[in-house]
Design a protein around this ligand. Structure first.
Ligand SMILES: O=C(O)CCC(=O)C(=O)O
Length: 278
């Protein structure tokens, strides 16, 4: 995420992307209790420098025609959002299909395998706004709660850059689940989470978080002069079935991310390959 060009950016020194990361029974218990977990040392500096540059260049090209920050609403100010890069870019696909990350997702969810739901880059610009409280599964037509997002910062992310924050245990509270990302979700969900402990900590370089589809999360604004580059990968249980879409966001997701799949069928379209199985 520096000013380095792709040509001068070193190739990753290791095959770390496919090596297993040790997930313990304590990690799994914590994820089950909190609905999220932050893991240090998942990726190394070389891997992040190499793929971070590729992803940043891809996002910059796609986002170049966005209106200026001041002309966008709360959602638009929160980040530049580029979804499903992997089918379009062979090099970035290598990063997104990391077996190390996919296996962590499967082990935390206690599934024997995981599929791709979609990837997305979330780049919070210098001066970019906060990300309102929300739960991702409001957007996802999924028949069970076995979904998880790997949130992968491409640089160390101090508090002033807007790291992801979580309300621990909120995945068990049936509140605010019908609310889209908005000023309303920030206000209504925020007021209902006051009794829950929060994780509002910076991310070290190489640290990655995993949060469940119903886990409530937000992020602060980016008060630095640097881009907060983040890549995300969303995994679903390999046996996940499509549910009947409950709102217009879920209708759009079913069409866009699960093409040709009907409610009740396993989400096994060409856009949803198995990424890891035991
Ligand atoms: O990156 C952000 O600011 C928000 C990320 C998020 O909501 C997500 O990955 O589910």
């Amino acid at each position: 995420m520096t000013g380095m060009s792709t040509a001068t950016c070193p190739a990753p020194a290791t095959e770390l992307l496919d090596q297993p990361f040790a997930i313990s029974a304590a990690h799994i218990a914590r994820y089950r209790r909190d609905g999220c977990i932050k893991l240090k040392g998942v990726l190394d500096a070389d891997t992040l420098a190499h793929y971070g540059r590729l992803i940043a260049d891809y996002v910059a090209a796609k986002a170049k025609d966005l209106p200026p920050l001041e002309n966008r609403g709360t959602y638009g100010k929160a980040f530049q959002q580029i979804g499903n890069i992997w089918p379009h870019d062979e090099a970035i696909r290598r990063f997104v299909f990391s077996k190390r990350l996919a296996r962590i997702a499967a082990e935390l969810m206690e599934c024997s395998g995981v599929r791709m739901y979609h990837d997305q880059a979330l780049f919070k610009e210098p001066g970019g706004g906060f990300t309102p409280w929300h739960a991702d599964q409001q957007y996802w037509p999924l028949a069970s709660d076995r979904s998880v997002t790997a949130w992968i910062p491409l640089q160390a992310t101090p508090l002033e850059m807007g790291p992801l924050q979580f309300a621990l245990g909120s995945q068990r509270l049936p509140i605010g689940r019908d609310l889209e990302i908005s000023d309303e979700s920030e206000r209504l969900i925020g007021t209902k989470l006051t009794d829950l402990p929060k994780d509002e900590t910076p991310f070290d370089l190489g640290e990655v978080s995993f949060h469940a589809g119903w886990s409530m999360h937000r992020a602060g604004p980016n008060q630095t002069g640097r881009m907060r580059g983040v890549m995300t990968v969303i995994y679903i249980d390999a046996g996940m079935r499509l549910s009947v879409p409950a709102n217009r966001n879920q209708e759009a997701d079913a069409r866009g991310w699960c093409p040709g799949i009907e409610p009740g069928e396993v989400i096994a379209s060409p856009l949803n390959p198995v990424m890891w199985e035991a």
